[in-house]
Design a protein around this ligand. Structure first.
Ligand code: AMP
Length: 214
């Protein structure tokens, strides 16, 4: 099954992705995570992506598309994948459908997590993440018990470089301009399911499970 998680930055895609992949037993393909991992190891891909990420801009389509095509050709993606943060432009959506068609596959569902901009700004500016296990925290609503230390694994809790106020603004503007047109793209193909991302994570998870027939 190929499932797309669509939604603005801070909508809770990463949190929900973890639950979905557990139920569906498919890999979690997050292009943002792949870029961050590459950056950590200072690969050429990571350093190239950083130029765009630091400004809250999108990495060029051809680079992202090649990365995803390669990831989807790995054996663990035979059964499908959960795409998180991809596609983000119409060019990427078209490329994805071509990549899948060549394998006799297609997108099965696109889940849109909807959250208003003002909530996203509050979420993103207070967001913290564990560098080791990816567990998410928020400095106000769900801080780690010990400052900067992950409750789950003891790893270092940090703030993403692109979760700074100015970069958040650019990321939201880019989302509305480049990614929001995908809502219509998937809706017109009968694949879109809108989920209210303002609810608590457990409620969002149940709505998603229902949408996927789990
Ligand atoms: P994310 O973790 O999904 O918020 O992604 C972090 C950053 O990685 C984005 O702000 C972009 O700079 C870059 N990125 C991730 N996925 C894509 C994509 N599909 N297309 C272009 N840039 C991307």
């Amino acid at each position: 099954m190929i499932v797309i998680l669509l939604g603005p930055p801070g909508a809770g895609k990463g949190t929900q992705a973890a639950a979905i992949v557990k139920s569906l037993k498919i890999p979690h393909v997050s292009t943002g995570d792949i870029f961050r991992a590459n950056l950590e190891y200072e690969t050429a891909l990571g350093l190239e992506a950083k130029k765009y990420m630091d400004q809250g801009q999108l990495v060029p389509d051809d680079l992202v598309v090649r990365l995803v095509a390669d990831r989807l050709s790995k054996p663990d993606a035979e059964a499908g994948a959960l795409l998180d943060g991809f596609p983000r432009t119409i060019v990427q959506a078209q490329a994805l459908s071509d990549i899948l068609a060549a394998k006799g596959k297609k997108v099965d569902r696109c889940l849109l997590l909807e959250v208003p901009d003002q909530d996203l700004i509050a979420r993103l500016s207070g967001r913290r993440l564990c560098r080791s296990c990816g567990q998410g925290y928020h400095i106000i609503s769900s801080p780690p018990k010990r400052e900067m230390i992950c409750d789950k694994c003891g790893g270092e809790v940090y703030q993403r470089d692109d979760d700074q106020a100015e970069t958040i603004k650019s990321r939201l503007a880019v989302y509305h301009e480049k990614t929001q047109p995908l809502v219509h793209w998937y809706q017109s193909r009968g694949l879109l399911k809108v989920i209210n991302g303002q609810n608590d994570p457990q409620t969002v998870q149940s709505e998603i499970a229902q949408a996927l027939g789990l």
